[in-house]
Design a protein around this ligand. Structure first.
Ligand code: F6P
Length: 497
């Protein structure tokens, strides 16, 4: 990975969270999720300071003990890095995470509203924006500036939709800082941004355009962003160069799809705990196994997936008793009512399908709600069909992880609205996430596909994932930093631009 660089990673979630055991001992929980997993290897190869929110009570205690300063931590791979936990005001954090970031920005960016009924952007949202999202972003900006003062040569790498305001707040104080931002979720089309009142959609766009570089997973999200900049701000956009000029500053807009570390998954295949979970799956599985692995996020479209499976069973009575849909679902963001309601809808739908079709010894939908990565990897090995039918998804790493370790020439059914479709679509069975009938047909096509064709497609997906791995994604981010004309190699003085 070449030169060691000084990087300040700024993301809502830290790679680690703290808790207390029953005996009162402090324990550490290694953080999960696509973003944290992807950035972990940065820590191994570069000098990283990671700024994140103190999320648990124990995180807050750790932050207080260090007076809010950074301290030394060790990654899962044993690499040292500095961690700085920002203990935001608890009400402000609640408004930021549970009112603005997830039910508003996440919903907006995944097109998740039925507009005649939602959203109601009432006083609650305005209050949450100004007393939650803004102060939390200010807290992140202060911490970033403090770290830049310690090391002005470091590049700042913001992540995701939690931090749209922070770059501008940093830029106002440190005009020469090198700022990059990666957005891990879709960027919707310009008209959809008009659901947000003008001052809020302007604040989002102006906030992120304070960065030198703005990254997306796909050309589709990048294109949408370039268009919304023209529409929302009247900014000067150069589509050929992929740059936006606003307020006298130029931002380079890039697209690099995130990926996984293939070796990590190759190694996990024979891990003892994975083999044990696999034994349980093999014991229970019928002739065919359809798998989905998701957070219980409404954007993942689990309920429609169950309906499609029920329709498939209606259309193919010969398959009754021969196929199970195993749904391994990680409960997510349960303090947000829309999420807890969606989890209940998932449970209701699974129950309805099972009540209708199940027979002695056969459960059509095997729904398991929990966070068990080992079990997911075991299931990745065993599926015949992987169902990824997200309404919209920035990328979808499951489609890459699962394809890499699968041992049954499993077929990928992939929503056309996932970022991963831009890379893997030609070897998947493409579905429209709203077309339940189309998904039922795709399930049948996948289960009856010729063995050679299944193998050809899976091998092609694997080749693509190995060629475009996590190291390539990280290298592309760092090359972009160089491309904006700044040398910030370890110890170098950075020139302004
Ligand atoms: O998709 C964006 C993302 O930040 C992922 O990187 C991550 O896995 C997921 O959202 C988790 O979100 P949260 O931190 O709210 O649990």
């Amino acid at each position: 990975m070449g030169t060691r660089r000084k990087l300040i990673v700024v993301a809502n979630r830290a790679p680690v969270s703290y808790a207390r055991s029953a005996e009162g001992e402090r324990t550490t929980i290694r953080g999960g999720g696509g973003l944290v997993t992807a950035l972990r290897s940065l820590v191994t190869h570069h000098d990283v300071t990671w700024i994140a929110s103190a999320m648990s009570d124990e995180d807050r205690a750790v932050s207080t003990e260090r007076a809010g300063d950074a301290f030394e931590e060790t990654s899962r791979e044993g690499a040292p890095y500095r961690l700085r936990l920002v203990a935001h005001d608890t009400s402000a954090y609640d408004w930021y995470y549970n009112v603005v970031a997830n039910p508003t920005l996440w919903f907006l960016q995944h097109y998740m509203w039925g507009l005649p009924y939602a959203p109601d952007l009432d006083l609650g949202l305005h209050n949450a924006w100004f007393n939650g999202y803004l102060p939390v972003n200010e807290g992140f900006a202060r911490a970033t500036i403090a770290e830049l003062d310690r090391d002005p040569a470091a590049a700042v790498f913001f992540h995701d939709y939690h931090l749209y305001l922070a770059p501008k707040l940093v830029r106002e104080q440190r005009p020469d800082a090198l700022l990059a931002h990666f957005i891990h979720i879709p960027w919707p089309e310009r008209d959809y941004w008009h659901v947000l009142p003008e001052h809020l959609r302007r604040a989002v766009h102006e906030g992120v355009l304070a960065n030198d570089i703005l990254g997306f997973h796909t050309a589709r999200w990048k294109r949408n962003f370039l268009r919304t900049c023209e529409d929302v701000l009247g900014a000067e956009v150069d589509y050929a160069e992929s740059t936006v000029v606003h307020d006298g500053r130029r931002t380079l807009v890039t697209s690099h799809p995130l990926s996984i570390e293939p070796q990590e998954f190759e190694d996990l295949r024979d891990d003892a705990a994975v083999l044990e979970e696999e034994r349980v799956i093999v014991e229970r599985r019928p002739e065919f196994l359809i798998l989905r692995v998701d957070r219980t996020d409404p954007s993942k479209n689990v309920v429609r997936g169950f309906r499609a499976f029920a329709l498939f069973l209606d259309m193919h009575p010969e398959m009754h008793g021969r196929v199970t849909l195993l749904a391994l679902l990680d409960p997510s963001r349960q303090d947000v009512p829309e999420y807890s309601e969606y989890l209940a809808a998932i449970q209701r739908e699974a129950r309805a399908v099972n009540d209708r079709f199940q027979s002695e010894g056969w459960t059509p939908i095997d729904l398991q709600v929990g966070d068990n990565f080992t079990q997911s990897v075991a299931a990745y090995k065993q599926y015949d069909v992987l169902l990824v039918n997200a309404v919209f998804d920035g990328l979808n790493l499951v489609s890459k992880e699962a394809s890499l370790v699968n041992e049954r020439d499993g077929v990928l059914i992939l929503s056309e609205n996932t970022g991963a479709h831009e890379e893997l679509g030609e070897w998947a069975l493409t579905v429209n996430p709203f077309d339940v009938y189309g998904q039922a047909q795709a399930i049948n096509e996948a289960l009856t596909m010729d063995a050679d064709e299944r193998r050809r497609r899976l091998e092609a997906i694997r080749g693509s994932v190995r060629r475009h791995d996590l190291a390539a994604w990280l290298a592309a981010q760092l090359a972009d930093l160089d491309r904006v004309g700044v040398a910030f190699a370890h110890g170098d003085e950075r020139s302004s631009h």
